[in-house]
Design a protein around this ligand. Structure first.
Ligand SMILES: NC(=O)c1ccc[n+]([C@@H]2O[C@H](COP(=O)([O-])OP(=O)(O)OC[C@H]3O[C@@H](n4cnc5c(N)ncnc54)[C@H](O)[C@@H]3O)[C@@H](O)[C@H]2O)c1
Length: 343
């Protein structure tokens, strides 16, 4: 029944939000009641394409006139704090895209505002919900390779990311904040919290402002060492975009996520292989499908948390720990030494 549905709205109907809109349509107990974009044409187009009954070009107006069970903020980072604080003033549970915000203080302020309003806040950290990366996590959690002591989580591509997201060329912090944030988050998932980060950055591509390659070495509290490396300027054949490759060694074996979504696990001397690709959905296509399906998984998790009152895996508070690694990586690269993440 329509009345049992969770009433949601999306703010920001740009490039990546198209995936959010498709995914909300795929979740049976969600009803999108409004969309908003400061560019009225984009809001109207999203309302028409996804059959949403109301559209706005002003978020304040939307909150004033709609009764919402949640809002999904899919705008770019500089607008997140004002929009999350607006949602908190209206006591509306909020899911917000990564990167959380331009500064650590903004991130802390958003977590504080939602805590004070008593509403949940989740960061749309969708790598956590990517089928291949979740398969590796299950191997670790099942204890198949024992205690991990070394790992590499790697995302390297030459895919022209700037064609779809032209604002990235002007960012003063580029790949660590845009992509490293996802990969560092997975390092936290696989190896636990880090006590130090050492990072080196490079700018390979011309006509951008900041780094498009980063190599980071983390020492985790568990004693494990991990290497997180990211590149938007690699010439590799076959082109791996948008695959994250993983290599983890533990006391009883190892797990590797290879190109083509093949996972191999060595456990107590016995090897097994598994294909861990995401299924294709009606609105997803190669090679984006793993990223697209993870949006659906992320949003399903958010709705399940809203329904049950559980804290989301990637709550605002959790994402502060990932953001602290990003911040530490930039400080490390600037100061040319290993640094501790902010507490
Ligand atoms: N998780 C992922 O895999 C992934 C992939 C791509 C992009 N992203 C993230 O998604 C976010 C959006 O990126 P994009 O490339 O879709 O950007 P975009 O510029 O295409 O879309 C953003 C939209 O927000 C609108 N907007 C901005 N301020 C607004 C406001 N105050 N009120 C209403 N609308 C407003 C803009 O008009 C624009 O249409 C970014 O934070 C980006 O990092 C995530």
């Amino acid at each position: 029944m329509a009345d049992d549905k969770v009433r949601g709205a999306v703010i920001g109907c740009g490039f990546f939000a198209q995936n959010h809109l498709h995914a909300w349509n795929d979740i049976a107990d969600v009803r999108l009641v409004a969309v908003c974009d400061k560019d009225a044409a984009k809001a109207k187009a999203a309302a028409e394409t996804f059959r949403v009954p109301a559209w706005y070009d002003n978020a304040e107006e939307m909150f004033a006139s709609q009764k919402l069970d949640f809002v999904d903020i899919a705008t770019t980072m500089p607008t997140h704090r004002a929009l999350v604080e607006l949602a908190a003033r209206h006591r509306v549970p909020t899911i917000v895209q990564k990167p959380f915000a331009p500064t650590w203080d903004d991130c802390v302020a958003m977590v504080g505002a939602c805590n004070a309003a008593g509403v949940p806040l989740m960061v749309h950290e969708n790598f956590r919900f990517q089928a291949p990366l979740m398969a590796v996590r299950r191997v670790l959690e099942a204890g198949e390779i024992g205690t991990p002591y070394f790992g590499r989580v790697s995302f390297r591509t030459g895919y022209d990311i700037i064609a779809g997201q032209p604002y990235l060329a002007r960012e003063e912090k580029f790949i660590i904040l845009d992509l490293g944030i996802h990969v560092l988050d997975m390092a936290r998932v696989y190896f636990g919290e880090a006590e130090t980060v050492y990072a080196q950055t490079q700018q390979i591509r011309p006509n951008i402002v900041a780094e498009d390659m980063a190599t980071m070495m983390l020492r985790h509290r568990s004693g494990a060492t991990s290497i997180v490396d990211c590149s938007y300027s690699s010439q590799i054949s076959p082109e791996p975009f948008p695959q994250t490759l993983v290599h983890i060694e533990g006391t009883r074996g190892s797990v590797q996520l290879h190109l083509g979504y093949r996972m191999s696990v060595l456990s107590d001397g016995v090897t097994r292989e598994e294909m861990v690709d995401s299924p294709l959905l009606s609105w997803t296509s190669q090679p984006w499908h793993t990223a697209q399906e993870s949006v659906l998984n992320t949003q399903r998790h958010w709705i399940e948390c809203l329904r049950t009152g559980r804290a989301p895996q990637t709550s605002g508070a959790d994402n502060l720990r990932t953001y602290a690694l990003v911040d530490a990586a930039y400080r490390s690269a600037a100061e040319r030494r290993a640094v501790a993440p902010l507490a």
